[in-house]
Design a protein around this ligand. Structure first.
Ligand SMILES: [Zn+2]
Length: 142
């Protein structure tokens, strides 16, 4: 079953907190590829035991993507752009997971942060109610 529950227990890296204080009002572009970005990605990958938040393929700090569960590209969720609780690590393939998800988000979607996500995904798949046009990888069931 894909989508395993991720329990976010680790607090954000101190350098990430400091960067945010120093760069109030900055966008993701100003953060991307900084040393703090690299450190944050490493922290997220470790927190998830080196598994993609959606498909569970093995990922590394060097080859992964910082995923915004609530997309930073949607004005309503811009405020969550640097919120640690909204950040996950996904695999880095162009056609799956974080990159494929893009700006798609629904409050009712099965989130890896939902502790019942595995059960919910099974129920949705069985009832045919989960949308599969946007993130097919979320719906593949072993
Ligand atoms: Zn993936």
């Amino acid at each position: 079953m894909f989508v395993k529950h991720i329990c976010k227990k680790i607090t954000e890296p101190e350098n990430f907190s400091r960067w945010k204080k120093r760069n109030k009002g900055a966008g993701w572009g100003g953060f991307f590829k900084t040393s703090e970005h690299g450190e944050l990605r490493k922290c997220l990958v470790e927190e998830q035991l080196e598994m993609c938040c959606y498909c569970e393929v093995m990922i590394s700090p060097e080859d992964s993507h910082i995923e915004h569960l609530r997309p930073k590209g949607i004005p309503l969720y811009r405020k969550d752009m640097f919120l640690y609780e909204n950040l996950l690590a996904s695999c880095n393939k162009k056609d799956s997971c974080g990159r494929l998800k893009g700006r798609w988000y629904e409050a009712e979607m099965v989130s890896p942060l939902d502790e019942n996500c595995e059960k919910r995904l099974t129920e949705k798949a069985l009832s045919g109610t989960e949308r599969c046009t946007h993130i097919p990888t979320l719906l593949i069931i072993n």
